[in-house]
Design a protein around this ligand. Structure first.
Ligand code: FES
Ligand SMILES: [Fe+2]
Length: 438
């Protein structure tokens, strides 16, 4: 019924443009939730968020309130955050420890960490009824599938579909690059994340992430201010902290330089932006880190690890990962015009504290809601969504360098010196249309 009353989806997406209803129609949003977010692999969180038995963390997958929880056997389950009795939310707090079992705050039904019904007060009241421990309807519902890749936990609400690894495809590099940079091959989450509600459609955020044309426009003022101070400090002291460079790069990397980078766009809407910021300075902190890494991996493997030249990975439809700096943003659509982003960062296990501080600096200076960089983006997201309401044009254009993409080995590369190509957005919308067509 829903399908019949919305615009013909096949006419919504063309290779180089998209109808505006794709961002504004609440019924299309419902369909996106059904056919994309509540079907594919969605990031739940990192296993280090729930280290102890009974630890849980709540999250949203599509329209579904969920929680991930660690059982006493160490296993992680992802459950719907709902009591099967009368539908009460099981965990009202964002995160916490359930103790040895979940206990509903309404009528005290209790559940094991894997969601299975444990007890009902005076359960003889249910004798002879359909209710009881053996009826799965009396247990908390579990996500159909849960998989963990190097500590990053994903769930799919559909019992069918490809494995997590197959879903991630080449975008798996986001997690490998992040973890490999740790001498122990693992990262741990830094509690807690920033949460930002954007007053715009979820796709606008993802499109912006590899939009290499926008940084030198939108973030120029912030970049210039940082660059001026950087120069001043350098003239006074002879050097500047790397953190200034994280901001000044927005001014020094001009539009023409952005064209030197490249995007690799994979099936399923995933994309990788290569290059951008040199992060192998020869300061004492980096030298100390390099030594630890060489000891852990040997020179050859070390060179391979730190030589991975990616800046940003989009795992469509829910993640933006900046692996060399251990940053991850999870996108949780709340409504057609409201999107929650969770902004996380990670610590490289076994790496010196100074290397963590570098990640923290990037987190605070570039990705946090307190920085002008993020604020500049948020303003444009909101303005885009507002503008899309206007009866002044039906299409959103992704035509930059259209027709010049290079198809090879099953993926699409932006052409040479076309780093500002809108190829990533074209790839995202292609995947979107495929998902929606079912
Ligand atoms: S709603 Fe949970 S026990 Fe009644
Ligand atoms: Fe931006």
């Amino acid at each position: 019924m829903l399908r019949e009353s919305i615009p013909d989806l096949t006419k919504c997406v063309e290779p180089d443009r998209v109808r505006r209803e794709v961002y504004t129609d609440p019924q299309i949003f419902e369909l996106e939730m059904q056919r994309i977010h509540e079907r594919v692999w969605i990031y739940c969180g990192h296993e280090s968020q729930i280290p102890k038995a009974g630890d849980y963390y709540t999250l949203q997958i599509g329209r579904q309130p969920m929680l991930m929880v660690r059982g006493s056997d160490g296993r992680i389950s992802v459950l719907y955050n709902r009591c099967p009795h009368r539908g009460n939310m099981m965990c009202g707090d964002r995160h916490g420890n359930a103790g040895e079992f979940f206990r509903c705050s309404y009528h005290a039904w209790t559940f094991k960490h894997d969601g299975k019904l444990r007890s009902i007060p005076m359960d003889s009241a249910y004798a002879g009824t359909r209710f009881g421990k053996d009826n799965p309807d009396c247990s908390m519902k579990r996500a159909a599938r849960v998989e963990n890749y190097r500590g990053f936990v994903f769930a799919s609400l559909s019992p069918e579909g490809v494995s997590l690894k197959e879903f991630l495809g080449e975008a798996i590099v986001a997690f490998d690059d992040m973890c490999d940079r740790s001498p122990e091959g693992e990262v741990e989450v830094v509690p807690n994340c920033f949460r930002v509600i954007q007053h715009s459609n979820w796709k606008i955020f993802l499109e912006n992430q590899l939009d290499a044309l926008h940084p030198s426009v939108v973030h120029q003022s912030t970049g210039r201010a940082a660059h001026d101070i950087e120069k001043k400090i350098a003239s006074q002291t002879g050097s500047t902290p790397l953190s200034y460079h994280m901001l000044s790069a927005f001014a020094t990397v001009t539009i023409d330089k952005w064209d030197n980078f490249q995007t690799l766009n994979y099936p399923g809407g995933h994309s990788v932006l290569t290059g951008y910021m040199g992060l192998r300075p020869q300061d004492p902190d980096t030298v100390a880190y390099d030594k630890i890494m060489i000891k852990a991996y040997g020179q050859k493997r070390f060179e391979e690890i730190v030589g991975v030249n990616i800046h940003h990975v989009i795992v469509y439809p829910g993640l933006s990962v900046q692996s060399p700096l251990q940053q991850l943003r999870a996108v949780r659509p709340l409504g057609v015009d409201r999107t929650l982003t969770e902004i996380w960062h990670f610590r490289l296990k076994g790496a010196p504290e100074a290397i963590y501080r570098r990640s923290l600096a990037y987190y605070n200076l570039v990705n946090s809601p307190a920085t002008l960089i993020n604020a500049d983006d948020l303003e444009n997201f909101w303005k885009c969504h507002q503008g899309l309401a206007a009866d002044a044009g039906d299409w959103v254009s992704f035509g930059r360098h259209f027709g010049r993409d290079i198809e090879k080995d099953g993926h699409v590369e932006s052409g040479p010196n076309m780093g500002t190509s809108e190829a990533p957005m074209r790839g995202q919308m292609k995947a979107w249309a495929e998902y929606l067509r079912g």
